[in-house]
Design a protein around this ligand. Structure first.
Ligand code: SAM
Length: 168
């Protein structure tokens, strides 16, 4: 599996995507459904020593791989966390940016998932999410149905959302 991610990352450099997310030094970022951690090095660099990256996944093996990668690359601002499918262990209003890449199609309760992402997002935060292995229409309508996110921008590779509570 890791080999497949390595091949993908060689053809589509992770920084070409993450660098579009406007992540700033000192921010707290959540890599939701991080897998083996393809994106953690660049995200760790972007938030810098005063920032924090939480890498979350439901699979212990993924979290182990992320911890190994973080130790190997001396990424001291990365915390890898095993999460639950219904509620993640992060506190309310933690994240300036959440990104969830190539994973949304695997989520069995999209509304519950979106509500939990809203819970851990700061009111000023943003969510970057791609379709995963489903159509854009399907991904977009699941997010809208949750009633807690508002679309900010739609690009070919991802959608950018902000919490509705921001405007409340
Ligand atoms: C195809 S991998 C993508 C990994 C990474 N985001 C990337 O693009 O390289 C999908 C990952 O999402 C995780 N996942 C699926 N459903 C999840 C959920 N509800 N919460 C957290 N992680 C989840 C899986 O365990 C898997 O590691």
């Amino acid at each position: 599996m890791n080999l497949l991610f390595d091949i993908r990352d060689r053809f589509v450099p992770v920084s070409s995507l993450l660098d579009e997310f406007g992540i700033e030094p000192g921010w707290t970022v959540v890599d939701y459904g991080c897998g083996p951690g393809s994106y953690i090095k660049r995200a760790s660099e972007l938030v810098g020593p005063r920032g924090q990256l939480f890498a979350l996944d439901v699979h212990e093996l993924a979290i182990k791989a992320v911890m190994q990668r973080a130790a190997r690359d001396l990424l001291t601002n990365v915390t890898a966390v095993v999460t639950d499918t219904s509620k993640c262990p992060l506190a309310d209003e933690t994240a300036d940016v959440i990104y969830a890449l190539d994973m949304f199609h695997m989520v069995s309760d999209p509304t519950g998932f979106m509500k939990d992402l809203d819970r851990i997002s700061k009111g000023t935060g943003f969510l970057f999410i791609d379709n995963g292995h489903q159509s854009r229409d399907e991904a977009r309508s699941k997010i809208i149905a949750s009633g807690v996110w508002e679309m900010v921008e739609e690009k070919k590779r991802y959608m950018k959302w902000r919490p509705l509570k921001k405007g409340a």
